[in-house]
Ligand binder design. Structure first.
Ligand code: PGA
Length: 250
């Protein structure tokens, strides 16, 4: 069985004081909601503060990106090694990184291997554009992205995959639960064919794109959906706690 994962991607929001306030609002209630991994992904500069705040709770931290090298002359980057001991997860290949910062399947693949070798679980993001979906190419686009992003992964290694259609991110127009489940089932089949059922059955598949406390129930009850990657609604403590409770009930 895949682990259920609910991840909150704060993106480039919250100053350190803001992040601390939000973490205080989340901490006690979120800690009590069980039955899934709860992962908060704040900006890099807030990771340390939140790490001590969430110490001893059931809440985990994730980074929103990383560099695959351990150290070196890469001005402005944060290395995989710097996340060790702070983050249990890292989001890789988010569509904003792919679209705005030149992230490619190849760079995601390098980062994935580096994260795994440092015992950090990568949450690999894939998703199609609105045009891809309109032209009937959504499945091919997503599966090709995924194949290349996770190429060479070992069958005993642990990853999560977030399917986030680009047109659903931050738009309030979420995918229908049927469309999301159809894509997840295609992803699961591809993983089974390529890496075997043992691997496929332990990969957590997360839906992302305008998830909120009203629609989470539809997704989380689908056969192949094991959690969610939440952007906007993760910046509101009570919304995020409500989403976690709905995941827990399911
Ligand atoms: P959203 O973002 O929930 O605001 O649509 C999701 C994401 O980008 O991961």
């Amino acid at each position: 069985m895949p682990t259920s994962i609910l991840a909150g991607n704060w993106k480039m929001n919250t100053t350190v004081p803001d992040a601390v306030v939000l973490a205080v609002q989340l901490k006690d209630e979120l800690d009590k909601v069980l039955g899934m991994e709860k992962v908060i992904c704040p900006p890099f500069v807030s990771l340390m503060a939140l790490s001590s705040m969430f110490d001893g709770t059931t809440i985990q931290l994730g980074a929103q990106n990383m560099h695959a090298e351990e150290k070196g002359a890469y001005t402005g980057e944060v290395s995989v090694q710097m996340l060790v001991g702070i983050c249990k997860y890292v989001i890789l290949g988010h569509s904003e990184r792919r679209q705005l910062f030149g992230e490619t399947n190849e760079s995601v693949n390098l980062k994935m291997k580096a994260a795994i070798s440092h015992a950090i679980t990568p949450i690999i993001c894939v998703g199609e554009t609105y045009d891809d979906r309109k032209s009937g190419n959504a499945k091919d686009v997503v599966l090709n992205q995924l194949r290349d992003s996770i190429s060479g992964i070992g069958v005993t290694e642990k990853i999560a995959i977030a399917y986030e259609p680009l047109w659903a991110i931050g738009t309030g127009v979420a995918a229908t639960s049927k469309d999301a489940e159809d894509m997840m089932s295609d992803i699961r089949d591809m993983l089974t064919e390529t890496y075997g059922v043992g691997f496929s059955n332990q990969v957590s598949l997360l839906y992302g794109g305008s998830v909120n406390s009203n629609n989470i129930g539809e997704y989380i009850t689908q056969k192949n959906i094991n959690g969610a990657l939440v952007g906007g609604a993760s910046l509101d403590a009570s919304s995020f706690i409500d989403i976690a409770r709905a995941v827990s009930r399911a």
